[in-house]
Design a protein around this ligand. Structure first.
Ligand SMILES: *Cc1c(COP(=O)(O)O)cnc(C)c1O
Length: 342
């Protein structure tokens, strides 16, 4: 085995194809065995369900090299469970947890030379997804599906140190009250592209979406959940049926409560109380936590006391603890780390 000759610190978050990906097909009511292939391309019928009616769901997780040289993935059982929820909502046959974990293990093993070394700041991003493959023209679920997973090495999220971002309150909605906001589906991203490009054109890094029904409560951004820290050191995170249940956010809440001894509240968060918070962060697999320094509400600025230079102190402690667990520097709670190779 030889690590690929990649300058790990200079790669960004882009698609770098590797030699191996996992594929399994669903036909006649069942999934086949599944295997590793070198073919990065998919040939689909022009009328495939995924192309006509966006019948596709995905996941995102990472493999890391720990301090003691193991290759591990973080809580993949939760990705398996979430993918099952996403599949059900879009009438896609589910992938069992056992099959999902087997796919991830085969995939990471086949790409072991692409797992960035410990300390590089880079990680191996894993993208599993399921989509309808057979022709569908009348609106109905497809009969045949493909479950695929590929990897791509991704660079350190914060090059040259973490910088807090400025986000804006968005006038578009991300998810309807009883819609699909809680599942990880491409369709939730398609409709976020216009708002995010508009935000970028106006100089903002992200959109803060409010609840669609009343526009008074904080939901999430296009691809990350919010955490807030109160002035007395409590962690507060929005609760809503239309938020995607982030595994990073759930892990941070556990870390806050069980390891750092903080109080944690998962509850409705009114936008009107946001100026009261001391710190704000966005959490997801990609960055773990991106600190938010400022929120622009139609020209009115909410500036968090943590400022625009550094992550707030409590956010930093949460970040260091969770990344410490992922990288094997801090003992992990039972079942959080799946070892792929020693
Ligand atoms: C994937 C995703 C997140 C983050 O979830 P993680 O499991 O922490 O990566 C948050 N919001 C949305 C809309 C997402 O799609």
């Amino acid at each position: 085995m030889a690590k690929k000759n990649i300058d790990w610190s200079s790669i960004g978050f882009g698609y770098i194809p590797t030699e191996a990906r996992y594929v399994s097909n669903y036909k006649d009511g069942k999934w086949d065995e599944g295997s590793i292939t070198d073919d990065a391309n998919i040939v689909l019928n022009e009328c495939a369900g995924v192309l006509q009616y966006a019948q596709t769901v995905f996941e995102g997780l990472k493999a890391y090299t720990t301090q003691d040289g193991k290759i591990v993935v973080f809580r993949p059982d939760l990705n398996a469970a979430r993918l099952q929820e996403s599949c059900k909502r879009l009438e896609i046959p589910t992938v069992s947890t056992e099959k999902f974990l087997d796919a991830i293990e085969q995939l990471v093993k086949a790409n072991i030379d692409y797992v960035p070394p410990y300390g590089s700041g880079a990680t191996l991003y894993i993208r599993p997804y399921v989509f309808g493959t057979n022709p569908v023209i009348g609106v109905k679920p497809a009969d045949e599906y493909q479950f695929r997973a590929f990897v791509t090495p991704v660079g350190p999220y914060f090059k040259g140190g973490v910088k807090p971002i400025t986000i804006r309150v968005c006038d578009y909605d991300r998810a309807a009250p009883h819609g699909t906001g809680h599942i990880k589906a491409g369709l939730n991203y398609a409709m976020s592209l216009y708002p995010i490009m508009e935000a970028h054109r106006e100089g903002f890094a992200e959109n803060m979406y409010l609840d669609a029904a009343t526009r008074t409560k904080v939901e999430e951004t296009g691809g990350a959940n919010f955490i807030f820290i109160t002035k007395d050191g409590k962690l507060v995170t929005p609760k809503s049926n239309s938020i995607l249940p982030s595994i990073t956010r759930r892990s941070l809440c556990y870390v806050a409560k069980e390891i750092l001894g903080m109080e944690v509240e998962e509850r409705e968060v009114f936008f009107s109380e946001v100026p009261e918070f001391a710190e704000c962060g966005l959490c997801g697999t990609a960055a773990v936590i991106s600190p938010v320094g400022k929120i622009n509400d139609h020209g009115k600025e909410i500036c968090f006391p943590s400022g625009m230079e550094d992550m707030g102190p409590v956010t930093k402690k949460l970040y260091d603890t969770l990344t410490g667990i992922q990288m094997g520097r801090i003992p992990a709670p039972e079942g959080w780390i799946k070892v792929i190779a020693e």
